[in-house]
Design a protein around this ligand. Structure first.
Ligand code: FES
Length: 176
């Protein structure tokens, strides 16, 4: 998975969100295909990654997508009761709660991550959900996690520098 770190803009300077989508092979991925074949146009801001089941989604994948420059993440799985691996999507649902708490701690707005159940025949639903998340994330603005990581690294370095300076001062005071 490679999402570029820079903020994407169109020629008129308008912010274009980068959305990474993790879609289950058996349902949402097929529905996205159907939307394409049926010429249902949805926003081109989405890069789709196919998983064999939404339950395969490790929360780390979402964190990685943000760390590499995504502005939003969309997850699509089979409807409850329809998972080909029986309860993969229930696992996803439980992980989402944990993930949302982690994202909140990092200051990432809730609307940047979305979980949807979309069956293989619901191409129109893919179109609606993709367009909707793109608009919501556009309203939130760029996330720019790579830039935030740099700021945090700088703050930690500064803090380290202060701690070392203080240690040195104390060590010198003891000597005298
Ligand atoms: S097979 Fe689609 S969510 Fe599990």
């Amino acid at each position: 998975m490679e999402a570029k770190a820079n903020v994407q803009q169109t020629g008129n300077g308008k912010f274009e969100p980068r959305i990474v989508a993790f879609f289950c092979n058996w349902c949402t991925y097929t529905a996205a295909d159907l939307a394409g074949v049926s010429r249902m146009k949805y926003a081109p801001n989405v890069r789709i990654i196919r998983l064999m089941c939404s339950g395969r989604l490790d929360p780390q994948f979402v964190m990685d997508a943000f760390a590499k420059g995504a502005d939003g993440v969309l997850i699509g799985g089979c409807h409850p009761g329809d998972c080909h691996y029986v309860e993969g999507n229930y696992k996803t649902l439980r992980r989402m709660d944990l993930l949302k708490r982690m994202l909140k701690d990092l200051g990432i707005e809730e609307d940047r991550v979305r979980l949807e159940w979309i069956s293989a025949s619901e191409g129109d639903r893919v179109k609606f959900v993709v367009n909707d998340i793109v608009e919501k994330v556009r309203a939130l603005g760029p996330l720019n996690m790579p830039g935030k990581f740099k700021d945090w690294d700088r703050e930690i370095e500064e803090l380290n520098g202060k701690v070392h300076a203080q240690d040195n001062e104390e060590a010198t005071a003891h000597v005298h």
